[in-house]
Structure formats: structure tokens, C-alpha cells
Design a protein around this ligand. Sequence first.
Ligand code: ADP
Ligand code: SF4
Length: 680
Amino acid sequence: MTRDPRFDVLFEPIRIGPVTAPNRFYQVPHCNGMGHLYPSSMAEMRGVKAEGGWGVINTEECEISHTSELTPAIESRLWDDSDIPVLAKMVDRIHAHGGLAGIEPAHLGAGVANNYSREIPMGPSARPIDLPEPVQARRMDKADIKAFRKMHVDAALRAKTAGFDIVYVYAGHDMTTLMHFLMADRNDRMDEYGGSLENRVRLMREVIEDTKEAIGDTCAVAVRLAVDEMRGPSGISSDGEGREIVEMLAELPDLWDVNVSGWENDSATSRFSDEGYQTDYIRFVKGVTSKPVVGVGRFTSPDTMVSLINKGVLDLIGAARPSIADPFLPKKVEEGRIEDIRECIGCNICVTGDFLMNPMRCTQNPTMGEEWRKGWHPERIAPKTSNDSVLIVGGGPAGLEAARALGQRGYDVTLAEGRDTLGGRVHIESQLPGLTQWRRVADYREYQISQMPNVAVYRNSPLTADQVMEFEADHVVLATGADWDITGIGRSNRRPVPGHDKGTVMGADAICAGDAPTGPVVIWDDDYYYMAGLLAEKLRSDGHDVTYVTPMADVSTWTHNTMEQDRIQTRLMTMGVKIIPLHTLSAIHESHVELTCIYTDAVKGVPCGTLIPVAMRNARHDLYDKLKDRAPSLTLIGDCHAPGTIAAAVYAGHRYARELGEAAVEGVPFKRELPQLAVD
Ligand code: ADP
Ligand code: SF4
């Protein structure tokens, strides 16, 4: 296939100061939970993106000094020369595929506690640090500012030695010292670095100039600036100081990488934002500078990308999540394979890696983070090792991915789905408020499978054990999913809640299927992810009286890790959902439920016509139980193995496909990155 000429503009080389990007596909800096602890994983992951056609690939934020370290978060590091080889490895992987490598040196000042180095954090003003820890930052004096500038110069020189082509000056996400100097309410200095905007910009200007002087002959100097904090006139805004800062520094850097802050606004989920959600905030920048401009907005559509270029909004299409979900997005556009793009669903499972301090995972791309340690490539997979046939029962994310990847390997695959629609839970959940884009998990796989003559799909085919056996497949894979439990058992209640069998209880599955509850509704959230909060939102907007109960301190508490918690709680409170935190569900009666305070054991009654427990799911095991002594090769994958995230189900399907017919690995099934034992 050949490229559609209307996308030609995306493949034009773009000059950025002394270097030239081969095209307009630009992977902006993004965290990945690998950084300095899993550097080979990080390097390979970035290299695969270069192979997939991204013209520029950046690091995540890179700590430039031990005086500003984010332990236990896993970012990259350039504290001294000993860190250079780690980053050089990443650069080499990127250069091998013709991409430019960029680095985002970061000093996080009052944003960090320095729990490893035990240095006192410092910032423009003496304030508590942003993290909820008993630590305060001290005000930087003139010597600190001098040292701070030198840290940036040293980092830039080391970056150049490592081979980087682009070096950032980073003032974004309400997170870096440079941004804190810019912000009037964080900077209360009376000297030439505080007060007027010109004074607050002074340090930023100096660092850009220092960086250019140090490495600007061969490396481009990019500025990353949050032009809008999305808190109106009280913060930096694109029609206020954000614009003025760009005007003041317009021609100084070689590239403007502009976004909004904080990170939860920059990486907003699809539940709360559409593709291109930043465009209105950043569109002014190109009118103010002649330098190339890059911006993000979860862009996955090449038509949108072209229109942004043609309308003069952007010169380079920035992407973090779209490049994670599909490292080969640019290649697919180049080769005229638009339908093959695996579009990001905007769920922020990738972001959870940073908060939970583990290598990043992606719902859409099961190979993310496995490129080095398992040798998994997002596009390539080993051919089949036999002519065995495989029957997959269940067409949810696990079954669909297993079918797709087995089909890619060349196996003869039959996929039987009981319902008339493929997608399983993804299809159902995508009909809940704000989750439309989650359907992409099924859409991508359904289309891929439809192109494979060796994969047969049967809808409306709920298989019994006998039917499975009659099929005589060499391998049977059960991907039959899970149902929400209705007894109230979960983390808080180890036994069924008294009264659960009295008819007042409805399962979350029934609500998802559109059944209506009666009377006042109580939703019991002992799960803490999105489902209970979403059901509250749905039922409240359908006009029900809804009370949300959780033993945690806030609503949908795990969504702190996807950066959605604030928005979810705000939405529920605004809609009039009654929220009762810090209580467990202890009994269910005909017209009310009993709740117990987790601290005092005080019991209170809350009116309840329908109780909806969202606490745990039960794997659909019945088919397995009937087949386990009959089918010669039988495997459970996804939620019917153990209910979990959609990402875990996709991964399970992919893993099954990778491992079928391959020699079993003894011991740990992946390569490890071990700490180096010091010699002295
Ligand atoms: P997972 O997340 O593990 O993929 P899902 O619950 O999303 O699980 O999907 C499971 C799918 O399996 C559902 O679409 C369901 O209709 C289907 N399914 C369950 N039991 C059978 C069966 N016996 N025959 C065919 N399809 C089944
Ligand atoms: Fe997109 Fe979700 Fe993958 Fe992140 S985890 S890249 S948001 S699909």
C-alpha cells in the first residue's frame, strides 16, 4: 500500500535549530516507570518507537542533580558522568533508526522531598513541598541560583556527550523549579527574580541562554512551557501571562513545546476530554514565534494532524500516549495502513506506572515495557511452530487479542462468542458515560481479525462443554470473563453481607445492561476503580437518588493513579450524589442498609431501595470445571482466570499467543536488570 498524498505534509523534514527532524511525528517527553532502574527496558522501548517512524523521541523528565530527586518514582537521571552510558544507550537505539533523541533535564525543587539524597529541597520561596510529607523547601539564595544554572549547563554538556540532539529547558506541569519561579503565587521574592513577570522570567531566560551557549552549536534547545494552568486568571493562562512569557522569549529557543498544566490536565483521560483538548490553549503560540511549535492532544487521527498543520496551529505533532499505544503509528500512516493504527483509548493505565513505581503498561499495547525483557515487538511475532488448531471461547479483550496474535502467527483459530457483539466487557463498559473510546480495544482487534483468512469468528455462539469437545481443536482457550458479585464479599466483608439474598440487591452487570433500580440507590464501592463511580454518575443522570458508600476516604480512590479522582469526585458532588466515605456495608434490609464507621464502629442506617455492590467479580469458571478432565490442552486467560484490568486481559491473550508451541522458560520468564554491586 502507498501513502495517501494528503498525509505527505506529515513526512516533511523540519529544521529545529542545528538539527533536522525527519518528519513531524514527535514523541514528547513521557514518564514510563523504567527510567534509571530499568534502563535497558527504557532504551529498547524508545528505540522501537524510532523504528516505528517517530522522528523525535524524548526521555521522560531527567533529574539533573541529587538535590532534586523524586525517589521512589523512577525517572531518568543525569546527576553526574556515571549516568551518561545509560542515556547513551537510548540515544544509540534511536539513532539506529534515524530518529532524533531529545532529553528533558528537570530540577523539581519544591516538588520533591529528596528522601534518598537527604538534601534540603529548594525553590523560589520557602514553602512546604507539594507532596504530603513533613518537608519544607528553603528559599534559593544567589549562590543557589548560580549553582542551579550550573546544574543545567552540566546536564546539557552531559546530554551532548551522550549524543542527544535536542536538550530541553523545562517549565511545565507545575512541577519544575523553573515553572515555580514563573508563578506569581509560588514566587514571593523581592529580588530581581521575583515580582514583575519580567523578573520571574529572568531565570528561565538565563537557563535558555546558558544552555544555548553550552551546546547550542550542535544541539537544538527546546523549551517546554505550560502556557495555561487551567485555573483562570489566578494562574498562568494562555490569554494572560502564558502568552506574555512566550512573547518575551519568542525567538530564544529553537523549539516551543507547549502544553497545559498540571499533569492531570496535560494527560486528561478520554472520560473527561476529547482528542485535541489542548488546541484552544496553545493555538496562539505560532502567531508569536517563528520557531517550530509542538503540542499534544491525544492525537491518533492523521486527518486531525494534517488539519493542525494546515491551519497553522502546530509544526510538529506531539504525542505521548498515542506513541505508547502504537509505536508504529507513523509507519502505518506512511504505508497507507490507517486502519491498522492501534488508537490510544485515553484510559491512563500507562500513567499508573509512574504513580505505582513500576514499568509502564498499556491497555492497547500489550508489548509496552516488554520490548527488551521479553523481546516482544509490537508488530512482529514468531511464526507458528505447528499446524495445531485453537478454539477460543469468549470474544472479550483477552479472547480477541489471543485470536489476533495467534492469527498473526499463522495458527488456525476459531473464536466463539456467546453474544451478537464482540468486545465482552469493553463493549458493555464503553456504553457507560464517557467511555466511548474504550470500544477501540475491540474495534482494532475485530478489524485485524477480519483480515485474517485463518481466523474464523462465530457470534451468537454460547458454547457448552460438549460443543467445545465436538470441535476437536488441538488447544482450547477459555476467555469467558467474569461477573460482578452480588453478595457484598470483597476486601471489607470476607463473608456475604447479611441480607444480600433479600431481593434488594442488583448486580453491577444488570445496571450496565440497562436494568433500572427502584427506590433510593446505594452503591457500595469496595473496588475503588472506576465502576462504582461510573454507575453513580449514570444512575444519578438517569434521575435516581444515589448514595455512594466506600471505606476509603474519597471516591474511586484508585483513580488517583489515572489522575481522574479529582474530576470524578467533583462530578459526583456537583450532580448531587450523596457520598459517605470511611464506612463499610454491614447489613442489608428491605428499606435501608446499615453502614459501620471504619474507625468507631458506630452504625447508621441509610434508606435503600436497591443496593449495588461493586466489590469483586467472580470468574466464569463453569466451562472450565466441565472441561478440565476432558480437553487435552485447556487454558484460562483474562478475567475468567482472575478478574483484573482490561490491560491485564489483553496482556494475557497476547502472552498465550506468544507462548503457544514455544519451549517453556524455566524460572523467571523475562530478563532482569540487576543492581550493580559496588566494588568497595
Ligand atoms: P476478558 O476481559 O477476560 O476478555 P470479558 O468478560 O470481557 O472477559 O469477555 C468474555 C466474553 O466471553 C464475553 O463477551 C462473553 O459473552 C463470552 N462468553 C462467556 N462464556 C461463553 C461461552 N460459553 N461461549 C461463548 N462465549 C462466552
Ligand atoms: Fe492510551 Fe490507555 Fe495505552 Fe495509556 S494505557 S497509551 S491511555 S491506551
